[in-house]
Design a protein around this ligand. Structure first.
Ligand code: AMP
Ligand code: ZN
Length: 666
């Protein structure tokens, strides 16, 4: 075939694939079978592979994800990505509409769901997708073009070649995909993601676009940021701009246009609220914006948010159900933790059948009886809360509840510490505590052994392949492969992950031991002070108390831990297994002494705990609120009110890179 006609065939195939992808992802109305679509796609892939000279980043074949990146590049938004003023009740909403109506007699507004996802800006040049970025701090975001390209409902080539276009939308993970993802993570023993929003954020900020592609993200476009329309007429209302974007191939936000009449708007908010469960994504409220661009001009801007729009936030959803039973689990420290077993109810898009009850005091304070009608609420976390009990609904069939007098795992009697809410199993050989201790040992902030989740730990214990954490280091691949549902490959992966953990360093190792009151920060401080694990055995209370942030209680817990012969044996076996027993971090001088930092938002690579430890290690303070005394605010993605406050007070802001640079300079 001559090259020209190959190029034509490639272009025709691209257009055809893009057309069917649009029908599938945007219109939700495919006209050909998946099989026929795959055949077209494969034909295109083959042709493009044979003719790299015609490659185009916006070819549909590039939706599956290209090469991983080393880091995201920062980009400055051409139009700032602002935020909205929140209103929390009808009264505040009516006040907003009254302000609008006072200034604009015939005001018209657009009422739309507020998608609880991640805001992005998409830029097009001459009808071609040119790139996209996260919101970041509103002025500067991160270039996540590679990952955005994998989202089927983002057009790569527009249906009309408008010269320039920038739109804003909300990327989300459809709830069904979120459940599937969490089910897979649970099976693999990985930590669950708290909600679809976190999952979407994590997916969009993957350096490897193949992972983003697998997740199945979606988008609703809700704003025209800027445009040079060329031949097309520029819209003069928001709703007309959305219609135009729809015609260009975007998936746009559902919206209702109506007079700015409070009763109408409130009815629409109620309608959207009632649909909440049936929408494919989570929403956290409703946005009310003026429709005519000229009216927006009239209302103008406030200091940080426009005066022509508000976000009406939904209260956390609550439902009533029946408390059927209370089950009790034993945690790592032997504390008995009660969980409510509920009649399943649909709540904020999930089926809820459990709620945490904290401890016996909580049960007593609420006066809970088995069979009671209770109110549960979900506010962003996986596990809902029990917020109220309704004694007036009792029938007389309810039964009082008492915590067990014996450990549900080992059957030994349990004790209540003087002055503490906790009831505890003090049996050192309690199997439940052992399982929890090993899970903790392997967890992310401890030895970070990938793939060693609760299910595998349980299997290893049941099959007597391990009896404590040190036994992990003697496991053989064949032993692991012999476990239920364990292939040879995953067995080897686990063995490799265990071997890698040997180098984790003393900071993590001390944390992994699970000494009471010794969290990651205290563990790191102890590691720096002691220098080796053996040295920890001999530290006196006085020495321990001289460590920053160590009080008498923590010191006692450390002494108590190392004075138990069986704990010493465990430590010795870990040393013998070849674990690194010295710190990985260099001891640092107090370069940040006298400085106070506030952390806000999600940093690209550091966790909160890590960033905090880096500050406190250097003698700096971490505070939870911004004040005039704050030296720096370290702000990441989706930073909230702390950022606004810092800007108001003129406190210098650092992003992660600047923060790390500061640490290395000082
Ligand atoms: P906030 O961050 O609370 O100020 O709320 C504003 C955020 O809501 C914006 O960053 C958008 O990402 C998001 N959002 C979701 N849906 C919409 C919508 N329909 N219109 C405007 N903003 C929306
Ligand atoms: Zn027990």
């Amino acid at each position: 075939m001559p090259n020209q006609s190959i190029k034509e065939e490639i272009l025709a195939l691209r257009a055809e694939v893009a057309h069917h992808a649009h029908l599938y992802y945007v219109e939700d109305a495919p006209v050909i079978s998946d099989f026929a679509y795959d055949a077209l796609f494969r034909r295109l892939e083959e042709l493009e592979a044979a003719h790299p000279e015609f490659a185009d980043p916006n070819s549909p074949i590039n939706r599956v994800g290209g090469q991983p990146l080393d880091a995201f590049v920062k980009v400055t938004h051409s139009v700032p990505m602002g935020s909205l003023t929140d209103v929390f009740n009808e009264e505040e909403l009516r006040a907003f509409l009254a302000r609008v109506n006072a200034q604009i007699p015939d005001a018209v507004c657009s009422v739309e769901p507020k998608i609880d996802g991640l805001s992005v800006a998409l830029t097009y040049e001459n009808g071609q997708f040119a790139g996209g970025a996260t919101r970041g701090d509103g002025l500067v975001g991160e270039d996540v073009t590679q990952n955005l390209r994998t989202i089927g409902s983002i057009p790569l080539t527009l249906r009309e070649s408008v010269p320039q276009l920038c739109v804003r939308g909300e990327v989300f993970l459809p709830r069904a995909k979120f459940y599937a993802l969490n089910a897979a993570r649970e099976a693999a023993g990985e930590a669950l993601l708290a909600n679809p929003r976190n999952a979407a954020a994590g997916s969009l900020r993957q350096l490897d676009p193949k992972i983003a592609a697998e997740r199945g993200l979606d988008i609703y476009v809700f704003n025209l940021q800027s445009a040079e329309w060329g031949e097309m007429t520029a819209p003069d209302t928001h709703s007309a701009s959305l219609a135009q974007l729809r015609a260009l191939g975007f998936k746009i936000i559902p919206h209702a246009v109506m007079p700015a009449d409070p009763d109408l708007v409130i009815a629409e908010i109620a309608r959207i609220g009632a649909m909440r469960d049936s929408l494919p994504c989570d929403i956290d409220g409703v946005v009310i914006k003026l429709d005519r661009f000229a009216d927006r001009q009239l209302m103008g801007m406030g200091t940080t948010t426009p005066k022509w729009a508000v976000a009406y936030k939904f209260p956390p959803e609550q439902k009533q159900t029946v408390l059927r039973d209370i089950t009790v689990a034993v945690d790592r420290t032997g504390v008995l933790t009660p969980t409510a077993v509920l009649d399943p109810v649909r709540l904020a898009g999930t089926t809820v059948s459990r709620a945490t009850l904290h401890n016996l005091d909580f049960i007593r304070e609420k006066g809970l009886m088995l069979g009671d009608v209770v109110t549960v609420q979900k506010a962003g976390d996986i596990i809902p809360e029990l917020v109220a009990v309704h004694p007036e609904k009792r029938t007389g069939e309810e039964r009082p509840y008492d915590m067990p007098s014996h450990c549900p795992s080992c059957g030994e009697p349990v004790f209540r510490d003087e002055g503490e809410a906790a009831i505890r199993c003090t049996n050192a050989a309690c199997p439940a505590q052992l399982a929890r201790a090993i899970e903790h040992f392997a967890s992310k902030n401890a030895m970070s052994i990938d793939g060693l989740g609760p299910q595998i730990v349980e299997l290893l214990l049941q099959n007597k392949l391990i009896a404590d954490a040190a036994d992990l280091y003697t496991l053989q691949p064949e032993q692991v492969a012999s476990l239920d549902r364990m292939g040879e490959k995953s067995a080897q992966n686990l063995i490799d992950a265990i071997a890698r953990s040997k180098e984790a360093g003393l900071e993590r190792l001390i944390f992994a031991l699970g000494i009471r009151n010794v969290g990651a920060v205290a563990a790191a401080a102890l590691a720096q002070y002691a220098g080796t694990l053996e040295a920890c055995f001999e530290l006196s209370a006085e020495e321990l108390c001289s460590i920053d942030d160590f009080g008498q209680i923590t010191a006692d817990c450390v002494i108590n831990y190392f004075s138990h012969p069986q704990n010493r044996v465990l430590c010795q076996r870990l040393i013998d297994a070849g674990l690194r027993t010295t710190p990985v971090q260099m001891p640092s001088a107090d370069t940040l002494a006298g400085m106070t930092f506030v952390l806000t938002g999600t940093l690209p690579t550091l966790t909160r705990a890590e960033a905090s430890a880096m500050i406190t290690d250097r003698g700096g303070k971490v505070s939870s609120s911004v004040s005039k005394k704050t030296t720096y605010v370290v702000a990441g993605e989706e930073a909230g009110s702390k950022l606004t406050k810092a800007q108001a007070l003129g406190i210098p802001l650092l992003d992660e890179a600047a923060f790390l640079a500061l640490l290395s300079e000082l």
